[in-house]
Design a protein. Structure first.
Length: 289
């Protein structure tokens, strides 16, 4: 197939200098440059609960030894005009040391919103991990991944990332315990804090945010309940349980081409890249039948 950049040359006999070009050589040049383009893989993990985000992120990082993890947390900052500061933690692959160790840095939320602050910082932070096979970026509670993914793709195209092309996948981490209650929770989403004195909230409700994050995700990584065996997800014994209702609601919220992983701890980070045409992975179910 002819490279599109050569189409305008096909009908010309030469350039302004009168030189006749060898189109075959030009075709090879463009093809070689395309093949040499560096390629980065990024997973953006979203959620409405810190417990789910931390649990799933550590599990995913453990499944891919060469992964760099960049996590963001929101904290209160009375000196900031917005009253919010963001803490970024970069954890290097396990071969570099303890998985729990990481380089932390805090900055005030100076942009117009939390999403903009994070996406701008993430693009800068990735310059330090450009040699990574994969980057797992754990976004702050409530931040949607689509806008961040678009910004990273545009930054790569403009040469502002270590790679000239970046494949970004949005994944969501959620707990099946309490899922139904959170889905209909109209209270403001808590970004950080534990009580009325130190809580940081936003106007959107928990239920609305959870629904939006699940809807945009290509992969939904579920933390099973304490009494839930994900391998018997479709068993008749679960037909009328709260767990069954939660999974039905989850499937209704997810996109038609999304993959739901009933046990997040069995998910492999490499498997999150690419398109999937199944709604719920059932390998474990089939194996036990």
């Amino acid at each position: 197939m002819t490279h599109p950049s050569l189409e305008s040359w096909r009908n010309a006999e030469g350039d302004e200098s009168g030189e006749v070009h060898d189109f075959d050589e030009l075709e090879k040049l463009f093809s070689r440059n395309g093949a040499e383009r560096s390629h980065g893989n990024v997973v953006l993990l979203t959620g409405v609960e810190r417990l789910a985000l931390d649990s799933v992120s550590f599990s995913l990082a453990d499944s891919c030894p060469s992964t760099y993890t960049i996590s963001y947390d929101v904290t209160a900052d009375d000196d900031a005009e917005s009253g919010i500061a963001v803490t970024r933690t970069i954890r290097r692959p396990a071969s570099f040391g303890d998985l729990m160790d990481g380089d932390c840095e805090s900055f005030r939320m100076d942009d117009c919103c939390l999403t903009c602050s994070v996406k701008h910082d993430l693009a800068v932070a990735m310059k330090d991990v450009g040699s990574a096979d994969c980057v797992l970026a754990v976004l702050p509670i409530g931040v949607e991944g689509t806008a961040v993914a678009q910004y990273l793709a545009e930054s790569a195209a403009l040469g502002e990332l270590p790679w000239s092309y970046v494949d970004v996948t949005v994944a969501n981490a959620t707990r099946i315990d309490g899922f139904e209650a959170r889905s209909f929770d109209d209270q403001p989403l808590v970004l950080a804090g534990h009580d009325e004195d130190d809580a940081i909230v936003e106007p959107r409700s928990t239920g609305v945010v959870q629904a939006r994050l699940i809807r945009e995700a290509a992969h939904v990584l579920v933390l099973p309940g304490m009494d839930d065996d994900s391998t018997t997800l479709h068993a008749a014994s679960l037909a009328d349980t709260a767990t069954h209702r939660a999974y039905k609601l989850l499937a209704a919220l997810a996109g038609s081409d999304a993959t739901i992983h009933p046990d997040a701890h069995r998910a492999d980070l490499h498997a999150l890249f690419g398109m999937h045409d199944v709604r719920i992975e059932e390998e474990a179910t089939r194996a036990d039948r």
